[in-house]
Structures are given as C-alpha cells and as structure tokens.
Design a protein around this ligand. Structure first.
Ligand SMILES: CC(C)(COP(=O)(O)OP(=O)(O)OC[C@H]1O[C@@H](n2cnc3c(N)ncnc32)[C@H](O)[C@@H]1OP(=O)(O)O)[C@@H](O)C(=O)NCCC(=O)NCCS
Length: 175
C-alpha cells in the first residue's frame, strides 16, 4: 500500500513495520511444523516465502511482531480502498515458542484498533482454514464473527483443497 505503517505498542507486543532484514528469520518460522501446517501448499519453499516477505516489506503490507525486543511473528494488513467496498483484512503467524500465551490476540487487537481508529475502517475481515480451531477461537475472542465457509478455498501442504472460514467484524464489535 502507498502509506507508511506506524509502530504500535501494547502491553507485551510491539508491532513495527516489517523490514527486508526480517525475511530470513520469518521464512524459517513458516517452515516449522506448527506454522507450516496452516501456511499453504509450500511452507518449506524458503525462497518463495522470502520473496513474499520482501514484497510485504517493500509494499508496507505487514508488521513485524516483536516480544521482549525479539522478532516473534508476522502480521499482514490488506486494505481495500475502493470507497464503496472499503474494508481491511488481517493475517498472522507467531513463532511456535510464542504461541499459546495470548500474544496473537494482543497483536490482532493492536492492529485492528489502529485500522479502525486511525485509518477509519468500519469493517475488518480475516480468514483461516476451517479446521484451524485455535485461530478461529482467537479471532472470535477479539470480536470477529463467522460469515461462512469458503469451500475448497486454499491448498494445504497435502496438496488438496481445504475449506476456509471467512470472518468479519464491524468497528464497534472489537473487544
Ligand atoms: C493462531 C495464532 C496466531 C493464535 O495466537 P496465540 O497467541 O497462539 O493464541 P493462544 O494459543 O493464546 O490461543 C488463544 C485461545 O484459543 C484457544 N484454543 C487453543 N487451541 C484451541 C483449539 N484447538 N480449539 C479451540 N480453542 C483453542 C485457547 O484456549 C485460547 O483461548 P483463551 O485465551 O480463552 O484461553 C498462533 O497460534 C499461530 O501463529 N498459529 C500458527 C499459524 C496460524 O495458524 N496462523 C493463523 C492462520 S489463519
């Protein structure tokens, strides 16, 4: 997107603009089993993911998630700017050793609040594999509601097409 990302500070999480220098560490995190199982059909293709991360950094399309001053994950931001359909979308992964401690919800809340309060979005979306119960639980906990199943939406690393769950949130539903 043609806008700069800010640095957003929460209680434990800092979101800062993704940098090219983050791509090596983050592509390594994607390849770890706890992320790889939810991250498309080629999670071990480090070059493919490195290239995507470099694009995110150049396009201001993602935050680096930092915890205790260390890189802990990635939070993608997408904005639809067509005025009649304006909304923003989020996506996230955390390093395996950072999962399970509520940091995902904190990072998503920080980004959602910024998109609503500073960028003026009235609607946010997020999606996950329909089988990703933990991600769905986190998204619901911060205020996202299920819209519906997107059938055969994404290809998993077993090479087959998997259902996805689309969720959305209106500005006054953020918790
Ligand atoms: C999904 C992710 C961002 C969530 O962040 P997190 O900080 O690890 O979230 P937590 O593990 O603290 O879990 C949050 C909630 O989900 C619940 N939960 C965990 N596993 C669950 C399961 N299998 N079914 C239902 N709820 C579950 C937890 O109990 C917790 O709820 P609580 O806070 O009310 O106790 C993170 O785990 C991650 O990066 N996973 C791998 C990549 C991924 O799946 N990304 C999303 C792709 S759409």
């Amino acid at each position: 997107m043609n806008r700069a990302l800010p640095t957003l500070r929460g209680e434990r999480v800092v979101l800062r603009p993704l940098a090219a220098a983050d791509a090596d560490v983050l592509s390594g995190i994607i390849a770890q089993p706890e992320v790889a199982r939810w991250w498309g059909s080629r999670p071990h293709d480090r070059e493919h993911h490195r290239a995507g991360l470099l694009e995110d950094a150049a396009g201001n399309d993602a935050f680096a998630i930092e915890v205790d001053g260390a890189l802990a994950g990635w939070l993608g931001v997408y904005e639809e700017e067509e005025p009649d359909y304006r909304h923003a979308g989020l996506d996230i992964f955390l390093a395996p050793e950072r999962q399970g401690a509520g940091l995902g919800a904190e990072a998503l809340r920080l980004a959602a609040r910024w998109l609503i309060e500073e960028c003026g979005h009235h609607r946010l979306i997020i999606d996950s594999a329909a089988a990703n119960e933990r991600a769905i639980a986190v998204y619901a906990a911060i205020g996202f509601r299920p819209v519906g199943i997107m059938r055969a939406y994404e290809r998993g690393n077993d090479g087959t097409w998997h259902d996805g769950l689309l969720m959305d949130m209106l500005a006054d539903e953020l918790r």
